[in-house]
Design a protein around this ligand. Structure first.
Ligand code: CA
Length: 228
């Protein structure tokens, strides 16, 4: 069945434009004009992805993202934020809160579609058990095995899951919140829990030796795996 996208945008023209292009590309769409309506739509049934404008009347996009990530049921729901071009702060905050990606307005429908497809593809990377490689690091989920330049590396289950999440993300920045949810199953992160991620990343890097540099710190957001 076609993936379903919930489009949350208060401007009718932009909402209609997004729905038009998504529908033409084979997606099913539902819409909401503000945060409250979005919550009602979500409670009526889970979409596969949310396209969420940040500037909304009432509950804005950041607040809605925060609320969704605080609920275990919605913690892993893919979210693409629509942000104003100049709003770098909102973008960083949004990613910190756990949005999966953002598209800056004004955007081309083609770009938005590409992001939607990419985020949906990445939303279930852990399910397919396929072996991953990044530079000299190879990870085989089926055998729960990691090697660096052919030499096996002993990782704890959390370290393994953390590396798996990073390698499976296709170079995307993963926020600490996302990693806490994905690897530790926490619905929301406080200061101490965020440090848990940092501590595990540090240990993981140390075990990977020189290859550990591939896990790059993205200041004030999280981590990214660099396979190049
Ligand atoms: Ca708006």
């Amino acid at each position: 069945m076609a993936a379903e996208v919930l489009v949350v945008e208060d401007e009718p023209d932009i909402r209609a434009l997004i729905v038009h292009h998504l529908t033409r590309d084979g997606f099913r769409c539902r819409t909401a004009a503000d945060g409250l309506e979005a919550l009602a739509q979500l409670h009526a049934g889970a979409p596969d992805l949310v396209v969420l404008d940040l500037m909304l009347p009432g509950i804005d996009g950041l607040e809605l993202t925060r609320r969704l990530r605080a609920e275990p049921a919605w913690a892993a729901l893919p979210i693409i934020m629509l942000t104003a071009k100049a709003d770098e702060v909102d973008r960083v905050v949004g990613l910190e809160l756990g949005a999966d990606d953002y598209v800056a307005k004004p955007f081309s429908p083609k770009e938005l579609l590409a992001r939607v497809r990419a985020v949906l593809r990445r939303a279930r990377p852990a399910d397919d058990g396929r072996a991953l490689a990044g530079g000299e690091i190879a990870l085989d989920p089926g055998r729960h095995r990691v090697t660096v330049a052919g030499t096996p590396v002993e990782l704890t289950p959390k370290e393994f899951d953390l590396l798996h999440a990073l390698m499976a993300s296709g170079g995307r920045v993963l926020s600490r919140e996302h990693l806490l949810n994905r690897v530790w199953g926490y619905a929301r992160a406080d200061e101490i829990e965020s440090r848990t991620v940092d501590v595990h990343v540090r240990r993981l890097r140390a075990k990977l030796g020189a290859a550990g540099r591939r896990i790059a710190t993205v200041k004030s957001v999280g981590y990214r795996f660099e396979s190049e």
